[in-house]
Ligand binder design. Structure first.
Ligand SMILES: Cc1cc2nc3c(=O)[nH]c(=O)nc-3n(C[C@H](O)[C@H](O)[C@H](O)COP(=O)(O)OP(=O)(O)OC[C@H]3O[C@@H](n4cnc5c(N)ncnc54)[C@H](O)[C@@H]3O)c2cc1C
Length: 405
């Protein structure tokens, strides 16, 4: 395959910026342009549901790269410029104003859009989501002491939002139909400990679905719970029930799409000149898209290698973190793959680790406030060494010694 001369990246989130960074680091010298429908310099999303909502960070604090970086790396940034279509057969992309720009490789880094509640009133603009800087800015203004805030969805972003809102003095109700949210991802023990913290911190937790949302008067939103069991009145409603991958451009171009743009090694899509990275991409053979910060970062690095035909780094097991109520959750691998578990530390203390094993190999771990355990677990999972569950659980054993066969 010939070396590209013009690379167009659609989107300017972490996966896009990581792709550009890695392309330059790997020696790509040609034209490189980022097109993004959002305005301004690209920013990082995890702080939106943490320090930005808390009012501790502004937009300048969360930029992915300083302004000079784009000039220094010769990365063209076309912000406020939506891409309407990609045309890989004609080596180009079409912008929203109808103009066509040449590109012999296209990287789709379009992320996802928040899911709305699939019930009557669920798409009312008074029902908020949290994905962009603007979402966070508007929501922050409403998180005032004593405000009634209802959060629907107690997964990652919903739980973080509820935790910030209660810390700011709001009266928070958290609604989720699942009794122990996240159990499938981090295992029952860690998920239960995390979820129970909400009640301890003063959040009203309700296990229920939502039947409909109503806005009888300006400023008030009524959340009708399933089966007419209750109506929760709120000043602000936030929904955090996941995202839909933004696959429209890929579908229109005839690429293979199935719960994300399907990619192979090097982030290659079903078209040889189109690559996909970050939240929009799903690696063929994997059930889920890993909608996490590190996956977006590493996807960019892999795409750069794929575009330039360089050898690929072996990807490690997926890892993510989440902060709530002053504690940090970290998880590596997929707990659903585990056949049995070993626990290190005392769950009552609030800080502990659950290791998930399949046969004698560690396949996953989830921890609350135990960063060192997760650091060691990542290496154990990635190297596939046989481990003794009793030694994993024994606080007297330095986990790093388990790496030595
Ligand atoms: C509030 C929040 C908190 C999070 N916290 C954590 C955390 O604690 N830990 C963790 O591991 N992960 C966290 N994540 C997830 C992590 O931030 C994402 O996985 C990562 O940002 C995905 O990056 P991306 O580049 O794929 O997508 P995005 O960051 O969504 O970027 C995609 C960009 O493409 C633009 N775009 C879409 N279509 C077009 C088009 N046609 N033309 C031009 N531009 C387009 C979009 O507007 C967007 O700007 C969090 C995410 C959010 C939203």
């Amino acid at each position: 395959m010939s070396s590209p001369r013009r690379v167009a990246v659609v989107g300017a989130g972490l996966a896009a910026v990581s792709t550009c960074d890695a392309l330059r680091a790997q020696g790509y010298d040609g034209e490189l342009v980022l097109y993004c429908d959002e305005r301004g310099l690209p920013y990082d999303r995890p702080p939106l549901s943490k320090d930005v909502l808390l009012g501790k960070s502004g937009r300048d604090d969360i930029l992915l790269r300083p302004e000079q970086w784009y000039e220094g790396q010769r990365v063209g940034l076309r912000d406020g410029t939506p891409v309407r279509a990609i045309r890989p057969r004609e080596s180009g992309i079409e912008l929203a104003d109808g103009s066509v720009v040449g590109a012999d490789r296209v990287v789709l880094a379009t992320g996802g859009t928040p899911r709305t509640l699939p019930v009557p009133g669920g798409d009312d603009p008074a029902v908020r989501v949290l994905r962009t800087w603007e979402d966070a800015e508007r929501l922050r203004e409403r998180l005032l002491p004593d405000a009634r805030v209802t959060v629907v969805g107690a997964g990652l972003i919903g739980a973080e939002t509820a935790a910030v809102a209660v810390a700011l003095g709001c009266r928070v109700t958290l609604v989720d139909p699942v009794p122990v949210p996240l159990a499938a991802v981090v295992g029952e023990g860690v998920a239960r400990a995390l979820h129970s913290r909400h009640t301890a911190e003063g959040i009203e937790v309700i296990t229920s679905g939502v039947e409909r949302v109503e806005r009888p008067a300006a400023g008030e939103v009524l959340v009708h719970l399933a089966g007419g069991s209750r109506v929760v009145a709120a000043d602000t409603v936030v929904v955090g029930i996941g995202i839909r991958p933004a696959t429209g451009l890929a579908e229109a171009a005839g690429l293979r799409v199935d719960n994300g743009v399907v990619v192979h090694a090097g982030q290659r899509t079903s078209h040889p000149n189109v690559f996909a990275v970050g939240d929009v991409a799903r690696l063929d053979g994997h059930r889920v898209r890993h909608e996490h910060w590190e996956a977006a970062q590493q996807g960019g690095e892999a795409a750069a290698s794929g575009i330039l035909g360089r050898p690929l780094q072996q990807a490690g097991a997926p890892w993510f973190w989440s902060d709530r109520h002053g504690s940090r959750l970290e998880a590596v691998g997929t707990m659903a793959d585990a056949e049995r578990t070993a626990v290190r530390g005392a769950p009552d203390s609030g800080a502990f680790t659950v290791f998930g094993l399949r046969g004698d190999r560690l396949v996953a771990a989830a921890a609350i406030d135990r960063a060192r355990d997760i650091k060691a677990a990542r290496r154990l999972v990635d190297r596939g060494v046989a481990v003794d569950p009793a030694r994993l659980a024994d606080e007297g054993v330095d986990l790093r010694t388990l790496l030595k066969r």
